[in-house]
Design a protein around this ligand. Structure first.
Ligand code: B12
Length: 215
């Protein structure tokens, strides 16, 4: 790995927010592709944090400071990841499902979709099914996007999907799901309209779904 990316990786692993910002800036100054900075320097670091947590090396506080460092770095990278000249091509209601507080992946999906020109309404984390339904009724989004990072909160996706169906909202709104433990098979099982394993493929999938919808 390039030295500047290795430094960035290490600063997230250490949960050092100041160093993370400096290292993101250094990587940008070195003209590295912002997607490479994000994927190789930052997301890989979060993956490593998860592995260390699993091995009992890291505890929740270490995960939390790493997440804060990651988010500070993402804020700096954001303008470089987005192409802001595109016009809005649809409305996306997004949130992390009930019981789940993980939002880094959701924020990335929102950021990439926003960069593609979509209007984003972000409900945040720990969003109950009723809230998704209430806001969907009000704003009539083209897409409802749900994120879950815990195997224990994945069922909240099904609960929300069922609530959207029961409220008669699925004729004009498509539902997509994602998050580390979520799979294509799970998405099919709960009858979601789409799944993507990462933020850039989420953009491609949403574009495809909306083309299919309008044709
Ligand atoms: C950071 C972190 C935390 C932080 C979260 C801070 C925050 N603001 O998000 C804190 C410290 C709060 C936390 C808490 C906990 N965590 Co945690 N956490 C993580 C960690 C290390 C990184 C997650 C992350 O940000 N990844 C980086 C992002 C970019 O990746 P991502 O979220 O997967 O998102 C990408 C894709 O999945 C996809 N995507 C995401 N959402 C969506 C949505 C749509 C619609 C689409 C299409 C795509 C998509 O695109 C994203 C970008 O490419 C993971 C490890 C891991 N491997 O995931 C554990 C992990 C998820 N946590 C775990 C656990 C156990 C917990 C706790 C229960 C710990 C505890 N004992 O308290 C609590 C639960 C709190 C709660 N109720 O939610 C476990 C989950 C195990 C499981 N299978 O259920 C993991 C896997 C760690 C591990 N290896 O054991 N955690």
């Amino acid at each position: 790995m390039e030295e500047v990316l290795q430094k960035l990786f290490d600063s997230i692993l250490d949960g050092n927010a100041t160093a993370t910002k400096e290292n993101v800036q250094a990587a940008l100054d070195a003209n590295l592709d912002p997607n490479v900075i994000l994927n190789n320097g930052m997301i890989d670091a979060m993956r490593k944090v998860g592995a260390l947590f699993e091995e009992g090396e890291y505890y929740v506080p270490e995960m939390l400071v790493a997440a804060r460092a990651m988010q500070g770095g993402m804020a700096l990278l954001k303008p470089h990841l987005q192409q802001t000249d595109k016009k809005s091509s649809g409305k996306v209601l997004i949130g992390t499902v009930k019981g789940d507080l993980h939002d880094i992946g959701k924020n990335l999906v929102a950021l990439m979709l926003e960069g593609e020109g979509y209007e984003i309404i972000d409900l945040g984390v720990d969003v109950p099914a009723e809230k998704f339904v209430e806001v969907a009724k009000e704003i009539r989004p083209d897409i409802v996007a749900m994120s879950a990072l815990l195997t224990t909160t994945m069922p909240s996706m099904k609960t929300t999907l069922d609530a959207l169906t029961a409220a008669g909202l699925r004729n004009n709104t498509m539902v997509i799901v994602g998050g580390a433990p979520v799979t294509e098979a799970y998405a099919q099982q709960i009858e979601a309209d789409g799944f993507a394993p990462d933020a850039s493929r989420a953009v491609g999938m949403v574009n495809r779904l909306l083309v299919e919808k309008s044709s």
